[in-house]
Design a protein around this ligand. Structure first.
Ligand SMILES: C[S@@+](CC[C@H](N)C(=O)[O-])C[C@H]1O[C@@H](n2cnc3c(N)ncnc32)[C@H](O)[C@@H]1O
Length: 240
């Protein structure tokens, strides 16, 4: 199999696996898209932290055809797939794309003094310690332009043991219904042991402590939440 075909397969495989392992993925990522408060023709500068294969960023780039997107990920392989996705999906896709292979927790975030209009992240920040999450929120605040927004689609811990158990049971039921095999569920459960989930309330509080205004949550389907905030002055809402 050619290298090209291997990455085609990897991209398809990753997206399919995401859809099976994240119940309600379209609504989850859709909540990010629906709540980006910029007009579609605005040439927004976007930073995606832990972009993986660019699943969320490609949706944003499609909705905002004049946007420019910087993808950050620690995995070269995921970013390779993302570059391919942008090259195939957009014309000329790579003109709108910058990729950075880096650990966003350890390095300064990319960007210049103008700052980003939008920083997004999906299912990545829960890998950091709680201290790391708070530091990350401060770095994101610094990387934004005044009036810029941060939106995080991520995981939350239940507020009580009962709630946490309910999140887990609901997830197990839905991934089984989606046809995920016992073997794949076992592998995912092992991987999930490394997750460092915080409650939605903790995460939104930390955003406020990092200096964000208008912090709000836009979506919750048990474990899966979308929340965000604004840096500085409120901008006129330009849906369109
Ligand atoms: C579960 S995947 C989600 C990918 C993508 N955001 C999506 O929604 O499909 C998490 C991604 O975050 C990346 N990641 C996790 N911690 C990171 C870090 N500290 N620095 C850079 N990338 C990181 C991983 O390499 C992986 O690609």
């Amino acid at each position: 199999m050619s290298v090209e075909a291997v990455f085609d397969e990897a991209a398809r495989g990753y997206d399919r696996a995401r859809r099976m392992l994240v119940p309600g993925l379209d609504d989850f990522y859709g909540a990010v898209l629906e709540n980006i408060p910029f007009g579609r023709e605005k040439p927004i500068r976007v930073l995606d932290l832990g972009s993986g294969t660019g699943l969320l960023s490609a949706m944003i780039a499609e909705r905002f055809p004049l946007s420019r997107v910087t993808l950050v990920d620690i995995s070269v392989e995921m970013l390779r797939v993302a570059r391919r996705r942008f090259a195939e999906k957009f014309s000329p896709g790579l003109n709108r794309l910058e990729v950075r292979v880096m650990d966003f927790a350890r390095k300064p975030l990319p960007g210049d003094s103008a700052g980003y209009d939008l920083v997004v992240s999906a299912l990545a920040i829960h890998h950091l310690t709680h201290h790391g999450k708070r530091e990350q929120f401060e770095k994101i605040h610094n990387a934004l332009a005044n009036g810029g927004y941060f939106m995080n689609a991520d995981q939350a811990l239940g507020k009580s043991l009962e709630e946490e158990q309910e999140y887990q049971e609901d997830w197990l039921r839905r991934v089984r219904e989606a046809g995920v095999t016992d073997q794949d569920i076992e592998a995912e459960l092992v991987r999930m042991k490394a997750d460092k989930n915080a409650t939605l309330e903790e995460q939104t509080l930390w955003l406020e402590e990092a200096g964000f205004d208008g912090v709000d949550s836009y979506y919750q389907d048990r474990r899966f939440v979308v929340y965000g905030g604004r840096k500085g002055e409120k901008k006129e809402v330009e849906h369109g």
